[in-house]
Design a binder for this molecule. Sequence first.
Ligand code: NDP
Length: 309
Amino acid sequence: MAIVIIRQDGKIDLWKEALLTEAPDLDVYSYYENHPKDDIEVALVWKHPEGSLAKYNNLELIACNGAGVDFIFEDPDVPEGIPITRVVDTKLAEDMSEHVLAVILAHLKNLDIYKLQQTQKVWKTRDYHRISDFKVGIMGLGELGSVLAKDLVRFGFEVQGWSNSPKSLENVNSFAGDDELSGFLASTEILVCLLPLTDKTTGILNKSLFKKLPKNAFVINVARGGHLVDLDLIEMLDNDHLSGAGLDVYHQEPLPTSHPFWQHEKIHMTPHYASVSDPKFVVPQIVENYRRLKAGKSLLNEVSRDKGY
Ligand code: NDP
């Protein structure tokens, strides 16, 4: 039984070394080296080249190297009928939570405006906001969203969340399903998207949704670029319905230099690095799943092919 690592970001050696340090008995190959394709039973993937998984006739597990599996379902040649697992990791959730908190606090305290003023040597005070001024609404109360919700509550924010099924988190108002989306939006002043990208959530951050938010709401998308209709966001920022947006993810990454987001004064961008799988913390669960697969046991963090997340 052997593992192949397929990714295109130059990090294969890093992951290979981490896997072999954790479990020296494993046979681990890079997709880009000569390797016995028929021996490969596990593919560890992150944004693999389309069609690459179909080359392995004896594949038994697709292990996603991150939390979001949308890129796997976008590959029309992804083998059917074998399990897909993803990363669920405390550090990944904590990192995401810290990122979103930083974006929210920067907005409350006008840090981006002051940075701009500094470059122009402008001394001008701005009214600031307090944590108690805003209700944060999180779309997606899963592994990442629920940790963020708890942290925001700890910081003193009023917090509510929206998910497929109702949740019971202390001091977090839970909304669920399409019927409760409008009510959730009507009372959300800072909206954070932490949904998986699926057929149902593609383009969900659009004009009609933004209109249901109160005037001056702030939007944070740290999930996937495909959730957002870019021009709808720009329109709602330009007509002052929304006060600003913090974006970490984009339709095309890196974002083309011609894209209007780059120049927009109300958009605060980070380059899809809110939280990243760290081999140190993630490799043990991948090895554990490899062992479980060999022993015929149920796998950790399996994705539902039906739901797409
Ligand atoms: P989970 O699968 O744990 O949680 C997803 C949540 O979204 C669940 O609460 C689920 O509801 C809810 N949901 C899914 N579909 C719908 C829908 N149609 N309507 C309402 N709610 C829905 O995912 P994670 O929290 O682990 O990750 C979320 C996403 O974050 C990832 O898919 C990835 O795209 C993104 N991400 C971004 C990173 C970055 O650096 N920017 C890093 C890591 C992840 P229910 O609980 O009822 O099933």
